[in-house]
Design a protein around this ligand. Structure first.
Ligand SMILES: [Zn+2]
Length: 62
């Protein structure tokens, strides 16, 4: 069983929280699509999402 705990910023808690029920989310952007994950805050249950940082790996390879 793979247990990957994703973290996202919860606007209600005002800080990073564990994300429950994560699901992939495709955010259309100009030129390219951004990979993101949406889920629910483990503390307060507010919907939250996290944009996966693809820039860091790109800059490392550059
Ligand atoms: Zn929260």
């Amino acid at each position: 069983m793979a247990e990957t705990v994703l973290k996202g910023y919860c606007s209600r808690c005002g800080q990073e929280r564990d994300m429950l029920d994560p699901a992939p989310l495709s955010m259309p952007a100009r030129g390219a699509s951004r990979e993101a994950v949406q889920g629910v805050c483990a503390i307060c249950g507010t919907h939250m999402f996290k944009i996966l940082d693809e820039k860091s790996s790109y800059e490392q390879a550059h």
